[in-house]
Design a protein around this ligand. Structure first.
Ligand code: SIN
Length: 288
């Protein structure tokens, strides 16, 4: 694909691209359209050197679509649709937010299509974010397994991290983040195990170990062997793109076709990023 308004440099074999030559605070519609195209081609895009505030982050987000929901986390920023992802220097040996492989809010009927994360304060080392390409995860399976999975659905729920008996409910959450827990996290939603991207038409694996709790119409023990295989397979090293943050860098990922993990390797240092999301659609598998 060619781009006229932006410069694009691929980050890794599994995708990811750095986009330069853009000022997000005043980008025209053609530039936004090219960024959107690059997101579909590379799944994860980074835009370095974007010194935007919360209002500008929200304005840019709304050019990609309506805001997504942010259940279980309170914003704590200067804009109602922006949430702060923070770990303080003294929060050592604690689970960090986003520290297990997941796709954002996959337990919702309409999980976000895109998530945007803007770096405000970074540790002197570490604190990278890893992304796993779920097109590759699906395409690398055998034809037999692909056919089997196309007939399956998985039950997603927020209960493990946000339910009444969760680690977060028992004081395990980061003091620096306003996490909500409660019985509403017990709700379940069924999604196809393989979903079709509405713009690219490609098929991607859509299960993750935080929110996909069992396969539909099976018990947890019955589904565990296959689900564990899939969640391990889906984050194999060759599917991964690593994003190393710089101050004022914005990263956008296509949440429908990547999983991500925030690496928790910077105890003793503060890290703060601000996040928005774009409302997605009901995940579907389009069968020809
Ligand atoms: C998240 O899961 O949104 C957090 C990612 C990060 O902090 O790198």
């Amino acid at each position: 694909m060619t781009y006229q308004k932006i410069k694009v440099r691929q980050l890794g074999g599994a995708g990811g691209a750095e986009i330069t030559g853009v000022d997000l605070a005043c980008a025209d519609d053609e530039t936004i359209a090219e960024i959107h195209r690059a997101m579909h081609e590379f799944l994860v895009v980074t835009l370095p050197d974007q010194p935007i505030d919360d209002a500008q982050l929200a304005r840019f987000t709304s050019r990609l679509g309506p805001f997504g929901l942010e259940p279980f986390v309170e914003g704590d920023t200067t804009h109602p649709n922006v949430i702060a992802v923070v770990k303080e220097a003294d929060e050592v040996r604690r689970l960090n937010f986003g520290g297990n492989w997941h796709s954002d809010w996959s337990f919702l009927e309409t999980p976000p299509s895109y998530t945007l994360l803007h770096a405000r304060e970074l540790p002197p080392f570490g604190g990278d974010t890893l992304f796993a390409n779920q097109y590759l995860a699906f395409e690398s399976l055998s034809p037999g397994m692909q056919a089997l999975l196309k007939g399956m659905q998985a039950v997603h729920s927020a209960r493990r991290p946000y339910g009444p008996n969760s680690h977060n409910a028992n004081g395990g959450h980061l003091r620096s983040m306003k996490i909500k827990t409660g019985p509403e996290a017990m709700a379940e939603f069924v999604h196809p195990v393989v979903r079709t991207h509405p713009a690219t038409g490609r098929e991607a694996l859509f299960v993750n170990r935080v929110y996909a709790i069992r396969l539909a119409e099976m018990t947890e023990p019955e589904s565990a062997p296959l689900l564990n295989y899939l969640t391990e397979h889906s984050v194999r090293p060759e599917f991964i793109v690593r994003v190393s943050w710089r101050p004022n860098m914005l990263t956008i990922w296509d949440n429908r076709v990547v999983q991500h993990l925030a690496v928790n390797d910077y105890d003793g240092y503060r890290r703060e990023l601000h996040r928005t999301s774009v409302l997605g659609e009901v995940p579907v598998l389009v069968t020809q």
